[in-house]
Design a binder for this molecule. Sequence first.
Ligand SMILES: NC(=O)c1ccc[n+]([C@@H]2O[C@H](COP(=O)([O-])OP(=O)(O)OC[C@H]3O[C@@H](n4cnc5c(N)ncnc54)[C@H](OP(=O)(O)O)[C@@H]3O)[C@@H](O)[C@H]2O)c1
Length: 368
Amino acid sequence: MVRYSVAKEALSADHATMRATPPDIAIVGATGAVGREMLRVLEDRCFPHGRIRLLASERSAGMRLPYAGTDLPVEALHPGKPVEGDLALFAVGADLSRSLAPMTTAAGCTVIDNSSAFRQDPAVPLIIPEVNGAALGGRTEASIIANPNCSTIIALMAVTPLHRAVGIERMVVSTYQAASGAGLPGMEELEQQARDFVAGNPLTTDFWKRPYIFNLFSHDSPIGADGDNQEEQKLISETRRIWNDPAVRVTATCIRVPVLRAHSESINLTLRGALSPAEARTLLERAPGLRVLDDPANNRFPEPRDASGCDDVIVGRIRADRSQDPGKGLNLFVCSDQLRKGAALNAVQIAELVTGHVKEASAAWLSE
Ligand SMILES: NC(=O)c1ccc[n+]([C@@H]2O[C@H](COP(=O)([O-])OP(=O)(O)OC[C@H]3O[C@@H](n4cnc5c(N)ncnc54)[C@H](OP(=O)(O)O)[C@@H]3O)[C@@H](O)[C@H]2O)c1
């Protein structure tokens, strides 16, 4: 069985320098749903740092965000200038990342980017630390590292332990995605629609362009010529890249549901080697960053409420798909707060690897 292994060369002598001097950190897009969560995660994990700078659009200049018992000012980003510091966590749109990240790394600051801008760039590692941390390699210069799409991170956190054990031949993913996946304005409008409904007013639809409460709809990303929307395409292409397995067959249907935060995914697997649900449960119970919640007697399985605000990806409804050859078909249901593990937490875990400030909780998968 393949063990969890993160490149120890990622913790190279070069990074010892950063260990000795905690990095100056910038959060670019600090006022958004992901940026705010990044600040919380840095605080929660006691990430050692020098100065923290919060950057957003001019609209937010002067705002203050809470951090470690105090509050930090938000500054306006200068789009034509590199971001200063040792480490920049980017939580802005892909166009801004595309223009700002290269000049920032050229100025000596490593960028961990949450947008889709660099995810298919072969020169940019696409990293889920527990899954392919080794792909980070030993980094000797400031560079760009990409965070995968949130739905991809959630699916691969749950499925990779099984893939390592017996191989996945085909994966069918159906997502139930929360409003927070579209950022702060999406969450705010879902809450506003709830207030509108209670007040008996017409629903505010400026952002979602449709009623969202008491409704669900196909993911709001553009649909390509092949009929898949961009979220579905990302699940397919990023899975192949992260697993380094261009042959793996993946298909997805991505749906928005009126949940405030935390995505859910129904995952149907065709396995290369046989695995019973009990064996799968054991593998998942041992995997880092996963929590198994699988209680058929009480109909207790993962729910987005369980995952909201939590770091663990929660997995349950682990059962055989009896429409497939015996031992070869498996169903899972997974919930995870995509603002945490699907975005901010994953980025900070990458930052921990890059700087050598590895959390004790990560030691299990680092030392194996
Ligand atoms: N939400 C998720 O679950 C999730 C998960 C994975 C990846 N991502 C990716 O993470 C990125 C951020 O998403 P989000 O959900 O946090 O979006 P969001 O809530 O809409 O936040 C966007 C952030 O970008 C800033 N911004 C926008 N235009 C700017 C400009 N011209 N100059 C400087 N700052 C600007 C905003 O600042 P103002 O507040 O000043 O406008 C805000 O801080 C996106 O690329 C998204 O695809 C999101």
